[in-house]
Design a protein around this ligand. Structure first.
Ligand SMILES: Cc1ncc(COP(=O)(O)O)c(C=O)c1O
Length: 486
């Protein structure tokens, strides 16, 4: 039989307290050992935090993070309203940990179409708290102490700390610019991997490669040939591929997004990551997913069930309804996945034209809502501080955000997002997740203040030939109509 220990324990503690004296007791409670886990060393700083604060102080428009400021499509918002006000009160409760059944089911149907293979919704699909958690699950589940993970530069900033947190070592390989000889503006397609350099990064220590196509921040959409090269190396060295495809529907100029998992020998070793936030312009909902073989996903499920469990049931239900609509309209002009890139392509064209007009050298993105531009022509305008080793890109971003820069020409407002420069080169780039912003219409009279964020790593390993490229003015006609907002 259990005896109640309450009174005697209280008595013991009171005695101990009074004999030790209160002040010495609280001194003992102070910890002298380090509280921070070693895995957090060197990854505690986050540039977004600094620049989001800066934007809040100086800006009206937040262009620093990759989210649109136009509404999510009506059909998605209506789905959420229906879910909230409908009679199914169970939608306010927990759902299946690895994904609300209607959502994993429709995702499986959708990806069966895209990949041309049968998928089991319960084992080949897992829903996550945004693509961010999908990435976290991948690194935690698949990367061990001492493993190397190849990351293609420039890259979405969280890959590096997430690899490190898992005990792995990031190994970087850059996309290198090949400027067109005719003086035309560069395209993100002109940034390519050097096949020999890429091959040199693979070794027996390599566990995985992170592929992000369409790429944040360049907007590069990897060609089938480039993906085949990566696939060949993955198969040869028995390496996994973590394929971040959150911008899969944001591809311009009629280009096709090829899924590396559809290439020979890649399904078994690839985890595809997606995001309803990017897909349906609802980043705050934080619904993401992974699609892949059960032999990989079973380990991701272990991380998932021991960390986050799942994201909001109602958001998953509404996203499921959004996908059901898109499945019905697949490939048709009314499909959101057809309309959205058309809309953003117009904004891209306008932004390219504007930046070119003020002397920056924009790199025309083939996809995503980011745009990178060379800012080296502005070096003389940005005050240099001899006492600071802050890179040019970061100083430029702050200078822009604080000085509310207005261009000299009629439609020359700058709308930068973030900038990047290699410290040892005279070259700088400026990149902007601006295409998702409805206010970024050709409106010369508007000069919203700016918000910028620097890239975490240098874009260029050496002085860029870009600095000698002569910018030419683009002549793409711009339309300001917004079908998506109607
Ligand atoms: C390349 C890339 N992957 C993943 C994410 C995270 O997506 P989510 O908001 O769904 O977590 C982002 C967000 O900006 C991104 O740019």
């Amino acid at each position: 039989m259990l005896r109640r220990a309450g009174p005697s324990l209280r008595h013991f503690l009171l005695e101990r307290n009074s004999s030790a004296g209160h002040s010495s007791y609280s001194r003992e409670a102070k910890m002298s050992r380090p509280v921070q886990a070693r895995r957090l060393e060197g990854i505690d700083k986050n540039i977004w935090v600094e620049f989001v604060k800066l934007a809040a102080t100086y800006s009206k428009v937040n262009l620093g993070q990759g989210f649109p400021d136009f509404p999510a499509p009506d059909f998605l918002r209506e789905a959420l309203t229906r879910t909230l006000s409908g009679g199914n009160h169970m939608l306010h409760q927990y759902t299946r940990a690895f994904g609300h059944p209607p959502l994993v089911k429709v995702l499986a149907q959708f990806f069966e179409k895209l990949l041309g293979r049968d998928l089991d919704p319960m084992t080949n699909v897992m829903v996550t708290v945004g693509a961010y958690q999908a990435l976290f699950c991948c690194f935690q589940a698949l990367v061990d102490e001492g493993d190397e993970v190849i990351i293609i530069e420039p890259f979405f900033d969280c890959y590096e700390p997430m690899v490190k947190m898992a005990g792995g070592t990031p190994v970087f390989v850059p996309l290198r610019p090949n400027p067109p000889k005719d003086g035309k503006l560069m395209s993100s397609a002109d940034w390519q991997l050097d096949p020999a350099e890429l091959a040199s990064k693979f070794s027996e220590r390599t566990k995985a490669i992170v592929l992000n196509s369409p790429n944040n921040p360049l907007g590069k959409v990897f060609s089938r040939g480039e993906l085949e090269l990566i696939a060949e190396l993955c198969v040869k060295h028995d390496v996994l591929c973590i394929s971040d495809e959150v911008y899969e529907w944001l591809v311009f100029d009629g280009k096709q997004h090829t899924r590396i998992a559809s290439l020979q020998g890649m399904w078994e070793r690839t985890v595809i990551i997606g995001s309803a936030g990017k897909t349906f312009s609802a980043t705050g909902w934080k619904v993401g997913w992974v699609v892949g073989p059960d032999r990989l996903l079973q380990h991701l499920r272990t991380v998932h069930q021991n960390s986050v469990y799942h994201c909001a049931t109602i958001a998953q239900e509404a996203v499921a309804q959004g996908f059901q609509r898109e499945l019905m309209l697949y490939g048709k002009p009314e499909s959101y996945f057809v309309q959205l890139p058309k809309e953003l392509q117009q904004k891209r064209d306008w932004l390219v034209q504007s930046l070119d007009g003020v002397g920056m050298k924009p790199i025309i993105p083939e996809g995503t809502y980011f745009l990178v531009a060379d800012i080296s022509p502005f070096k003389s305008d940005v005050p240099d501080d001899p006492n600071s080793d802050e890179p040019y890109d970061s100083r430029f971003a702050k200078w822009m955000v604080k000085n509310k820069v207005k261009g000299s020409g009629p439609s020359c407002s700058f709308y930068p997002g973030w900038v990047c420069a290699h410290p040892s080169s005279g070259w700088g780039t400026w990149s902007s997740p601006t295409l998702g912003h409805s206010r970024l219409q050709p409106a010369p009279e508007q000069h919203p203040q700016l918000h910028m964020l620097p890239l975490p790593r240098a874009l260029l390993p050496s002085r860029s030939p870009l600095s000698t490229a002569r910018p030419t003015r683009t002549t793409t006609p711009i339309s300001s109509g917004s079908a998506l907002q109607r």
